[in-house]
Design a protein around this ligand. Structure first.
Ligand code: HEC
Ligand code: HEC
Length: 194
């Protein structure tokens, strides 16, 4: 694989992944609980958005980028290695836009999303005071609770955020995390009446 070929950089990849055909057979609920939580990445705005939509989403989405926290050299090497033998033609200009964005968004100072957090099943649930106590002890050292209270998300999205907060330093066990996620999904969920 070469960055430059006749003025055009190429990100090549080995065979178009068979991964798409690997579908689970477990029932939906079990599948959800047994699978590692995946990051969710908002697509960027600006010109890089079009570059990514044009060149980077035919084989896989952009969520997996969040597993990495690298500098420019690291990102360049990661993308080269992962796409070895597969042709992903990208102009030099477009490649630089992608690198600018991934380095700004998932640079060496960011926290990579863990690849293997599997939510444990919980059997007891937080009351409001229990949830507020945990929020007060685990979620107020870096920002106020308004950051939490003003948000409305699905439980799935709350899990992604809380796992991310734990990587940043929030002190919660897996069980506490899941109880908090269940409570947030219930009390700070997407139901417009909440
Ligand atoms: C032709 C298919 C294809 C295209 C197009 C493609 N990729 Fe990939 N990409 C892959 C495959 C295959 C992997 C390796 C998956 C693995 O290692 O399990 C991968 C892996 C990655 C990874 C590593 C993810 C991780 O788990 O750490 C990143 C980052 C990535 N691609 C970014 C990009 C970007 C940026 C573009 C657009 C310039 C792009 N990909 C376009 C097939 C593609
Ligand atoms: C170690 C510092 C730290 C701790 C502890 C922490 N956070 Fe955060 N939190 C951040 C930072 C930094 C951001 C801003 C992230 C960004 O903008 O990308 C943030 C942003 C957020 C957001 C807004 C993100 C969004 O997508 O809406 C929510 C919600 C949140 N935190 C919830 C929590 C919860 C819940 C806890 C406790 C489990 C917690 N935080 C503990 C550092 C922390």
């Amino acid at each position: 694989m070469k960055w430059r070929r006749g003025g055009v950089a190429r990100w090549s990849v080995a065979a178009v992944v068979a991964a798409a055909s690997v579908c689970g057979v477990a029932p939906v609920a079990a599948q959800f609980l047994e699978k590692p939580t995946r990051p969710q990445v908002e697509p960027p705005t600006g010109p890089v958005r079009q570059v990514i939509f044009k060149n980077c989403i035919s084989c896989h989405g952009i969520d997996d980028y969040a597993f990495n926290a690298l500098d420019r050299a690291g990102w360049t090497a990661l993308i080269e290695t992962r796409h070895k033998d597969l042709n992903v033609p990208v102009s030099n200009e477009d490649r630089d836009l992608v690198l600018d964005w991934v380095v700004a968004r998932f640079g060496p100072d960011s926290k990579p999303f863990p690849r293997s957090y599997v939510p444990p099943q919980i059997t007891t649930f937080f009351t409001d005071p229990e949830a507020q106590t945990l929020l007060g002890s685990a979620c107020t050292s870096c920002h106020g609770l308004d950051r939490v209270n003003e948000k409305r998300y699905s439980p799935d999205r709350w899990r992604v955020i809380t796992v991310d907060m734990r990587e940043r330093g929030a002190k919660v066990t897996d069980e506490e995390l899941e109880r908090l996620v269940e409570w947030l999904g219930r009390v700070r969920g997407t139901n417009p009446n909440q």
